[in-house]
Each structure stands twice: as structure tokens, then as C-alpha cells.
Design a protein around this ligand. Structure first.
Ligand SMILES: NC(=O)N[C@@H](CC(=O)O)C(=O)O
Ligand SMILES: [Zn+2]
Ligand SMILES: [Zn+2]
Length: 358
């Protein structure tokens, strides 16, 4: 590896929103060009709760990609109070579902149909534990008396701790962690708990939402926290600990839906995801650990094979546009108007040369 070029085993995105319809047509290939596989979130309207719906969604995703793109969408089931454990288990055993997603009702975008009390899904969790199906968690409690900046920390205590105690061998991924509390929690937990970390939570703290005025494009959920939490996330992501891995949570919304009196939560990072992570890893002096975070720890946790091909980034200034879109949608991307130090230059089905080979 020279310092002007970075070649990694093909990475995967373990948490992404590809959306549907016009937004899917616009957004899907930004993920598919950089990542070989992605865990696709099921928070559509209506949510993806059946294997038939997931299968149809997977077909729509693949149809939205250019001919010849090598990309595998890994589908997830949206848990509801009424979810049928048999539907979930069959969908997993048939290879349609890779995991289930727990959205506490009201916690985030399109979570109205989510779970009102986790006890209601105990039967499905029992089934998932038995068949080795991972549970992916949006880890925030929703209660009027809990401060929005405390929602994740309170979730660890009041929901996740009892859940892990009752299901000691259930594989759980705490998605898009934003706090030092979550970092410590994952470090202290057993081998069946992991966490994804987004590119944006490694770069913004809560001040970003109020930089000279209200900044809706820095608003996502869980909301960015104090600087010390961001610092803890940067240390965790770049630490080489295998239970922290890449999940962008790229979540595009139309510009007008974010720049509104009640703006949507979500940051669109798919177009420059690898470059953004690379910049953070380089700033932390840990560029040599990016590959494990992006391409090895995730598949190992999920029990899936590592990808065989490679991706290359070149050290070359890259200006990010203020606005992206295609005539049907307009989206303000992460890093809008900024310059990044790296540029993604492509993927190859060839493995990268091993150290020592010419
Ligand atoms: N992260 C976000 O701020 N938004 C996500 C939902 C989610 O991942 O919680 C979305 O679907 O828009
Ligand atoms: Zn979420
Ligand atoms: Zn998400």
C-alpha cells in the first residue's frame, strides 16, 4: 500500500436505507458501487414484515442498479407487536431474511408500526436465538420524560440489558451507536453483541446542528451527542476491536423534507462513504485498520464469507456538491460543499495483491 493509494478487500455496509420508488432509483447505486453487500433497512411505508415483501423489495433494488453491478442486498424484517415468529423463521431459513430489525415505536423515521414494548416480541426473539438469526436494534427509548440526548444510554439500561440477560446467545447488533456509554457497553458485553458506527457520527457532534443557525442536514437519529462521545466513537472504530464495524446508516430524504418546520432525520452518506471513513481513520493514524472495520469484522460477526474482490481509493482532493439529484429527487449529501482527501476509484473482482507479492 503506497500512501497515495489505498486498496481494501471489498467492504460491506451493515446498515443502509435504500428507500423505494424515485429515491431508490437515485440512491441505490451509490451504495452498490462502493459495497459488495449491504444490510437493507425495512422501514418503508408500509414496512417490510413478510418474506414475500422482502423478496419483492430485493427485486426492485436489483432492477434499480446498472447492468453488471455486483451487489447483494441482504434483507431484513421489520418487527411489529404482531409479527409472526413462523414467518420470520421461514424467511430466514429460505435465505430471504438475513436479520430482523427492532424499531421502538416512534423512535425514528417510519417507526410508527414498530414495537411498543419489547416483551411483546419475546416469542420471536426466542425463535431467532434458536435459529441463529441476528437482531438489529435502533437503541433508543421513546418516552416524553427522557431527554433526547439520553435516549440511547437509557435504552442500554432498561431494554438491552434485560434482553441480553434473557437471550444470552442471541446475536445482537446495536446499530449506529452515538455514545461513549454504548462503546463501553459493547466492550463489556459477550461475543454475541456488536455495534455499527456511521461515517457521520465519527465527524459531527451536536454543535453541527446549530452552527450559526439551525442545520437540518446535520440532523439524524440517534442525534449526534457531545464531542466527548464523538471522540469515544472515533477511538472505538479505529481500535481494531472486532465488534465495531461499518454501517453508514445512509438515509436520504428530499431536501424539502429536511428543510421544513418538522424536518426528517437522516444523513445521506452513500456517495462518499468510504472516503469519509478513510479520512477519519487517517486523522486517527489508523488507516491500516480501515480494512478490518469495513470488510472483515462485519461478515465475521454475521457468519458470512469475506468478499473476494477489492476496492481502491486514491489520494486526490474531492469536492462534494451542495446538492445531488436526478430530476425526481434533490438531496443534500453529507459533506456538502466540503473537500475530502480521498476519492473512490473503483472495484475489482480481483483480490488485492497480498503483502510481499509484487
Ligand atoms: N438515521 C436516521 O436519522 N434516519 C433513518 C432511520 C434510522 O436509522 O433510525 C431513516 O430512515 O431516515
Ligand atoms: Zn435507526
Ligand atoms: Zn438507519
Amino acid at each position: 500500500m503506497t500512501s497515495d493509494s489505498l486498496t481494501l478487500r471489498e467492504p460491506d455496509d451493515w446498515h443502509v436505507h435504500l428507500r423505494d420508488d424515485d429515491m431508490l432509483a437515485f440512491a441505490a447505486d451509490y451504495t452498490a458501487r462502493q459495497f459488495a453487500r449491504a444490510i437493507v433497512m425495512p422501514n418503508l411505508v408500509p414496512p417490510v414484515t413478510t418474506a414475500a415483501a422482502a423478496d419483492a423489495y430485493r427485486t426492485r433494488i436489483l432492477s434499480a442498479l446498472p447492468e453488471g453491478r455486483r451487489f447483494t442486498p441482504l434483507m431484513t424484517a421489520y418487527l411489529t407487536d404482531e409479527i409472526d415468529p413462523a414467518e420470520i423463521a421461514t424467511g430466514f431459513q429460505d435465505g430471504v431474511f438475513t436479520a430482523c430489525k427492532l424499531y421502538p415505536a416512534g423512535a425514528t423515521t417510519n417507526s410508527a408500526a414498530g414495537v411498543t414494548n419489547v416483551r411483546k416480541i419475546w416469542p420471536v426473539l426466542e425463535r431467532m436465538q434458536a435459529i441463529g438469526m441476528p437482531l438489529l436494534v435502533h437503541g433508543e427509548v421513546v418516552a416524553a420524560d427522557i431527554d433526547i440526548f439520553d435516549r440511547e444510554a437509557v435504552f442500554l439500561e432498561t431494554v438491552l440489558t434485560p434482553l441480553l440477560a434473557d437471550f444470552p446467545s442471541l446475536k445482537v447488533v446495536l446499530e449506529h451507536i452515538t455514545t461513549e456509554d454504548s462503546v463501553r457497553f459493547v466492550e463489556a458485553a459477550g461475543a454475541n453483541l456488536a455495534a455499527t458506527i456511521t461515517a457521520h457520527h465519527l465527524r459531527i457532534d451536536r454543535n453541527a446542528m446549530f452552527q450559526g443557525g439551525i442545520r437540518p442536514h446535520a440532523y439524524c437519529l440517534p442525534v449526534a451527542k457531545r464531542r466527548r462521545h464523538k471522540e469515544a466513537l472515533r477511538k472505538a472504530a479505529t481500535s481494531g476491536q472486532p465488534r465495531f464495524f461499518l454501517g453508514t446508516d445512509s438515509a436520504p430524504h428530499q431536501k424539502h423534507d429536511k428543510e421544513s418546520a418538522c424536518g426528517c432525520a437522516g444523513i445521506f452518506s452513500a456517495p462518499m462513504a468510504l472516503e469519509s471513513y478513510a479520512q477519519t481513520f487517517e486523522e486517527e493514524g489508523a488507516l491500516e485498520r480501515l480494512e478490518a472495520f469495513a470488510s472483515e469484522f462485519g461478515p465475521r460477526f454475521y457468519g458470512l464469507p469475506l468478499n473476494e474482490g477489492s476496492v481502491t481509493l486514491r489520494r486526490e482532493a474531492q469536492d462534494l456538491p451542495e446538492l445531488m439529484g436526478d430530476g425526481n429527487v434533490s438531496v443534500v449529501p453529507f459533506h456538502a460543499g466540503e473537500t475530502l482527501a480521498w476519492r473512490f476509484t473503483g472495484r475489482s473482482s480481483q483480490a488485492k495483491a497480498s503483502p510481499g507479492s509484487a
